[in-house]
Design a protein around this ligand. Structure first.
Ligand code: SAM
Length: 279
């Protein structure tokens, strides 16, 4: 493994924060060493100083994307956090379907979708509920955008193909049987449903320019990696693209309370619901 010196750590830490917002504390040298050594070797670099220089002078953006990919943590699972998904199933999904029926279109954004489990979990709930209403066509009125900065995570998400380990994390046997087909140890998410999610690469550091506001945003387990100032601007931007009355869901260990006063905060069991004020 390539060892990193103190000045090199400062350079790499700045580079990473600049390109994806991930903020590394003082003692995280091992993270860079363990995640970037192979890449540095692959690019023929004998030190992190050399690697940093290569990254800064790479005009193609390819090396930057590889570094961001290696530094992001794509940890996810199906229906992550039980009480949140109970809230979504019992409260939010019926509300979204009513709205789809009344206004003709509902917009949802999974803003750090990783390998796709989050948007697909939601889609399964929406599909079940639309069928229970004997109105599956309601799904045509629901737009789901799923974004992430990691190209490798997005490739898995777009393919909708999962191995046994991923499948064993949070998915019931019943949902697995209904929504997936299996061949040679790989489970493939229902093709027709899969195409209802639009996956796109998007860096949360970018300006949020969307033609219409969202009814529901899931931005889960990503702000934990960001510095205070970025969290503040992220929650402000999320508030600005959520319609009044729309809901923002964060990870169970995340809170926007200190950063934004644009939301009414309520609880459903242990899940925290952030509703955009102003309706
Ligand atoms: C720990 S995963 C969370 C996945 C999912 N939301 C969940 O809760 O299971 C965090 C994701 O955030 C993405 N991410 C990190 N920094 C990002 C940024 N600046 N813009 C967009 N996505 C980012 C990572 O690539 C990763 O897939």
């Amino acid at each position: 493994m390539l060892r990193i010196t103190e000045p090199e750590y400062i350079l790499m830490k700045q580079y990473i924060e600049e390109h994806c917002g991930i903020h590394l504390e003082k003692d995280k040298e091992y993270l860079i060493e363990s995640r970037l050594s192979d890449l540095a070797h692959f690019h023929g670099c004998l030190s992190f100083q050399e690697f940093h220089f290569k990254a800064r002078t790479d005009r193609s953006g390819k090396l930057r994307d590889q570094i961001v990919d290696a530094m992001t943590t794509n940890e996810t699972s199906w229906f992550r956090d039980k009480s949140l998904w109970e809230y979504l199933e019992e409260m939010e999904v019926p509300k979204l379907l009513n709205r789809a029926q009344e206004t003709g279109v509902v917009r949802i954004w999974s803003a750090a979708a990783s390998t796709g489990q989050e948007p697909y979990s939601l889609l399964m709930l929406l599909n079940d509920a639309a069928h229970a209403r004997r109105n599956p066509a309601l799904l045509d009125r629901i737009e789901i955008l799923a974004t992430d900065i990691s190209t490798t995570a997005l490739a898995t998400a777009t393919a909708g193909c999962y191995d046994a380990i991923a499948m064993n994390r949070g998915l019931s046997d019943e949902k697995r049987a209904r929504y997936f087909t299996q061949a040679e140890g790989i489970w493939r998410f229902d093709e027709n449903l899969k195409n209802r999610v639009r996956f796109k690469r998007f860096n949360l550091q970018n300006p949020f320019i969307f033609p219409q506001s969202f009814d529901l945003i899931l931005c889960r387990y990503v702000s934990i990696y960001f510095a205070e100032s970025f969290k503040r601007s992220l929650f402000t931007k999320l508030g600005s693209v959520l319609r009044p009355g729309g809901v923002l869901i964060l990870g169970a260990t995340e809170s926007l309370r200190e950063y934004s006063d644009r939301f009414d905060i309520s609880y459903y069991k242990s899940a925290v619901i952030n509703m955009r004020k102003g309706e």
